[in-house]
Design a protein around this ligand. Structure first.
Ligand code: URA
Length: 438
């Protein structure tokens, strides 16, 4: 087999065989195919696309390019959850303990943040002592005993995706639905869960800027999951404003704890309940959505979900007292208030701008090597639909020795899109894709 023939075949829009796709994926991963041929192939694929069968084959080849977790020693249906990336998205910190308290085994591998979106692993590391690595046996044992463990994804999980993603990033081939779908699903398949719940974000701060692309990505991923024998459901959720109020690592941990106390922001709670209901359904614990919702509400009200968080934090070496004493989390030295320059109703809060503002304060990484400040970030004081008076506080900046407060405050003011007329409330859940919708 020759790579040049595979490039030519894809350039002509012909369907590739499973062997040809695997030849490309394994060859590129093991440095047998040079960057220039891989780049040409990606560009041909970008324009010609892939059939559902080709997309499934690409996914499985990438999943098999490195380590594959074996969760078969854990009883029950293991359910994973994945978000395509949002601003203020601390959902895993809430949904993990919540569904684990309902009996769903969650063995999760998460990533770090890059750019304007945060990563679960960075957030967890703001809890003093919390360890995000452990050996495989301890990981499986913790899930067996506690129903919940979260560790940092290693470079050995789908290394083909890691290498291809870096190449896509510099060859203008990221925004391809089959390539994104295969990239996300290869990591989920390699992480070993039996069932997958996807949160596909749509809006200014998300990969998918419009609902039609978001539904198309969701359908492609659900189809891959079912092709590869994993029950998969995708929810399409709104990202026309950050999720909750807090953006920044320790600030988001606090908000997650408040949500587990049933005292969190309405949008964040709703998305956690919606995802949690799907996870309970796929795990076979509660298929009836209304009953699942009631169960999750009860676990929040009774304190059982919060208690699960404490056990989880303790099991991974963290200080469980943070749950009752927020002052044990990293704290910024100053809080700077950002006030509105005009009156109006909030129509949109451009998530990407808010994420970038938090990054400027040090909460996110500009490059993989950047060191982040776990204490800093942004707390929004107004959300979509609220009325803002000129001079009123719209957000707070939690800062440490930052010299660019004026610039960051301006970024936040620009992120708030105000209008004269009242704004109608929009549901956070925009739709759902299951196997039946394919
Ligand atoms: N997230 C991924 O993991 N892969 C993509 O290609 C895009 C977003």
């Amino acid at each position: 087999m020759r790579m040049v023939d595979i490039i030519l075949k894809k350039r002509r829009g012909l369907e590739l065989s499973s062997e040809e796709i695997d030849f490309f994926v394994q060859g590129y991963t093991h440095d047998k195919i040079p960057d220039y041929q891989a780049a040409a192939f990606l560009m041909a694929a970008f324009f010609q696309g892939f059939s559902p069968r080709e997309t499934g084959d690409l996914t499985i080849s990438m999943a098999r390019s490195g380590d594959q977790a074996d969760l078969s020693g854990i009883p029950g249906i293991k359910v994973d959850k994945h978000s395509t990336g949002g601003v203020g998205d601390k959902v895993t910190l809430i949904v993990g303990p919540l569904v684990a308290a309902a009996g769903v085994p969650v063995a999760k591998m998460s990533g770090r943040g890059l750019g304007h979106t945060g990563g679960t692993i960075d957030k967890l590391e703001s809890i003093p002592g919390f360890k995000v690595t452990m050996d495989n046996q301890s990981f499986l044992e913790q899930v067996r005993n506690l129903k919940l463990a979260v560790v940092a994804q290693t470079g050995q999980l789908a290394p083909a995706d890691k290498k291809l993603y870096a190449l896509r990033d510099v060859t203008a081939t990221v925004e391809s639905i089959p390539l994104i779908a295969a990239s996300v699903m290869s990591k989920k398949i390699a992480a070993g869960a039996d069932a997958i719940v996807l949160d596909v974000k749509v809006g200014s701060g998300a990969f998918m800027k419009n609902p039609s692309d978001a539904f198309s990505l969701a359908r492609t991923m659900v189809e891959i999951g079912h092709r590869l024998g994993r029950q998969t459901v995708a929810l399409i959720t709104d990202m026309d404003q950050p999720l909750g109020f807090a953006i920044g690592n320790a600030l988001e941990v606090k908000e997650a704890i408040e949500t587990l106390r049933d005292n969190g922001p309405a949008d964040l709670k709703e998305i956690c309940i919606c995802l949690g209901c799907e996870m309970l359904g796929l795990a076979g614990i509660e298929k009836d959505q209304l009953a699942a919702r009631r169960k999750l509400e009860d676990l929040l009200k009774s304190g059982a979900a919060l208690n699960k968080l404490k056990e989880f934090v303790q099991a991974q070496g963290g200080n469980p007292q943070v749950v009752d004493h927020f002052d044990l989390l990293p704290q910024a030295s100053d809080i700077h208030q950002v006030t509105a320059l005009t009156d109006g109703y909030v129509r949109e809060i451009q998530s990407e701008q808010v994420g970038l503002a938090a990054m400027w304060l040090g909460a996110g990484r500009a490059t993989k090597e950047s060191v982040i400040d776990l204490a800093v970030g942004v707390v929004l004081r107004k959300k979509v639909g609220d009325f803002v008076n000129k001079g009123e506080v719209i957000a707070e900046l939690h800062v440490n020795e930052n010299k660019e407060i004026t610039k960051v405050a301006d970024m936040l003011r620009q992120a708030y899109v105000l209008q004269r007329e009242p704004v109608e409330a929009k549901d956070i859940l925009l739709g759902k894709v299951t196997k039946e919708d394919l």
